[in-house]
Design a protein around this ligand. Structure first.
Ligand SMILES: C[C@@]1(CC(=O)O)C2=NC(=C\c3[nH]c(c(CCC(=O)O)c3CC(=O)O)Cc3[nH]c(c(CC(=O)O)c3CCC(=O)O)/C=C3\N/C(=C\2)[C@@H](CCC(=O)O)[C@]3(C)CC(=O)O)/[C@H]1CCC(=O)O
Ligand SMILES: NC(=O)c1ccc[n+]([C@@H]2O[C@H](COP(=O)([O-])OP(=O)(O)OC[C@H]3O[C@@H](n4cnc5c(N)ncnc54)[C@H](O)[C@@H]3O)[C@@H](O)[C@H]2O)c1
Length: 216
C-alpha cells in the first residue's frame, strides 16, 4: 500500500476523539503532544483522560456518540470505542464531511494510520508498515530507541541554532550547503569555543553575505 508520509502541524486545530479507553488515551496523548485542541466524547473515561478534562487541557463531553457529533470545523477525528459499529458510524460521518478519520485497529475505516514513533526533542522518527505488522513497527521502534543517544534532541537544538546563525550570515551557495552538511556530522556544544561553532564562524568570515545594497 502506498501511504503518504507527512508531519502535521496540529497546534490549535480542533480534533475529536470518540471513546476514552486504553487506546483513546494514547491517541489523546499524542494529539496533545502536538498541541491539538482535543474534544472527547465518551460515557466513561480512563482516570488520566478525566484528569486532563478536569484541568481544562481537553474537553470531555460525557455521553455516547450521536449522529451529527462530527462537526464541520473539525480537522481530524479518531474513533476508539470498544463498539465496532460506533467506530464505523463515526468514520462514515467524517468521510461524508471530508474530515480525515482513524478508526483504531480497523484498517478499512482509516484514512491514515498511526505510526510507531521514536522521539528526541524536535527529532521524530515515524515507522509505518502500512498495517502489515504493527508488532514489527513496535520492535523497530524499540531497536532504534536503544541505539539513538538520549541527548540527540539537545544536540539538534544546538545544531538548529547554529544553522540559523549560518543562514543569517551567509548567502545560499554550494559552500554554505557543504558547511551545513559538515556541521550535521559533528557534535555542536553550547560553549563559544566549540569546534563546530568556530568552524561555522571562520566559514562565515570567508563567505560574507553581500551588503544589503548588493542583495537588492
Ligand atoms: C504503530 C501503532 C501505533 C498506535 O497504535 O498508536 C499501531 N499499532 C500498534 C501496536 C499494536 N497493534 C496491534 C498489536 C498486536 C500485534 C499485531 O497485531 O501485530 C500491536 C503491538 C502490541 O501492542 O503488542 C494490533 C492491531 N493493530 C491493527 C490491527 C488491525 C488489523 O491488523 O487488521 C490489529 C489487530 C487487532 C485485533 O487483533 O483485534 C491496526 C493498526 N495498528 C496501527 C498502529 C496501524 C498500522 C501501523 C503499522 O503497521 O505501521 C493500524 C493499521 C491502524 C491504526 O490503528 O492506526 C502501535 C505500536 C506503538 C508502539 O509501541 O510503538
Ligand atoms: N486495548 C488493546 O490492547 C486492544 C487491542 C486490540 C484491539 N482493541 C480494540 O480497540 C477498541 C478500543 O479498545 P480500548 O482498550 O481502548 O477499549 P476500552 O474498553 O478501554 O474503552 C472503550 C471506550 O469506548 C467508550 N464507548 C463505548 N461506547 C461508546 C459510544 N457509543 N460512544 C462513545 N464512546 C463509547 C467507553 O466509554 C470507553 O471509554 C476495542 O474495540 C478493542 O477491542 C484493543
Amino acid at each position: 500500500m502506498d501511504l503518504f508520509p507527512i508531519f502535521l502541524k496540529l497546534t490549535g486545530r480542533r480534533c475529536l476523539v470518540v471513546g476514552a479507553g486504553n487506546l483513546a488515551e494514547s491517541k489523546i496523548e499524542s494529539l496533545r503532544a502536538a498541541h491539538a485542541d482535543v474534544t472527547v466524547i465518551a460515557p466513561e473515561a480512563r482516570p488520566r483522560i478525566a484528569e486532563m478534562a478536569a484541568s481544562g487541557e481537553i474537553t470531555w463531553i460525557q455521553r455516547e456518540f450521536t449522529a451529527g457529533d462530527v462537526a464541520e470545523d473539525l480537522f481530524l477525528v479518531v474513533t476508539a470505542t470498544n463498539v465496532g459499529a460506533v467506530n464505523r458510524a463515526v468514520y462514515l460521518e467524517a468521510q461524508a464531511k471530508n474530515i480525515i478519520c482513524n478508526a483504531v485497529d480497523d484498517p478499512p475505516f482509516c484514512d491514515f494510520y498511526f505510526p510507531s514513533v521514536v522521539r528526541r526533542g524536535d527529532l521524530q522518527i515515524a515507522i509505518s508498515t502500512a498495517g502489515a505488522s504493527p508488532a514489527l513497527a513496535q520492535r523497530l521502534r524499540k531497536e532504534i530507541n536503544a541505539q539513538l543517544p538520549l541527548d540527540t534532541g539537545d544536540w539538534l537544538t544546538d545544531l538548529g541554532n547554529l544553522r540559523r546563525e549560518v543562514t543569517q550570515m551567509e548567502p545560499l551557495n554550494e559552500e554554505r550547503k557543504l558547511l551545513l552538511h559538515q556541521l550535521a556530522q559533528r557534535e555542536v556544544c553550547g560553549y563559544d569555543g566549540c569546534p563546530s561553532r568556530v568552524l561555522a564562524r571562520q566559514h562565515a568570515k570567508t563567505n560574507p553575505l553581500p551588503a544589503i545594497e548588493e542583495q537588492k
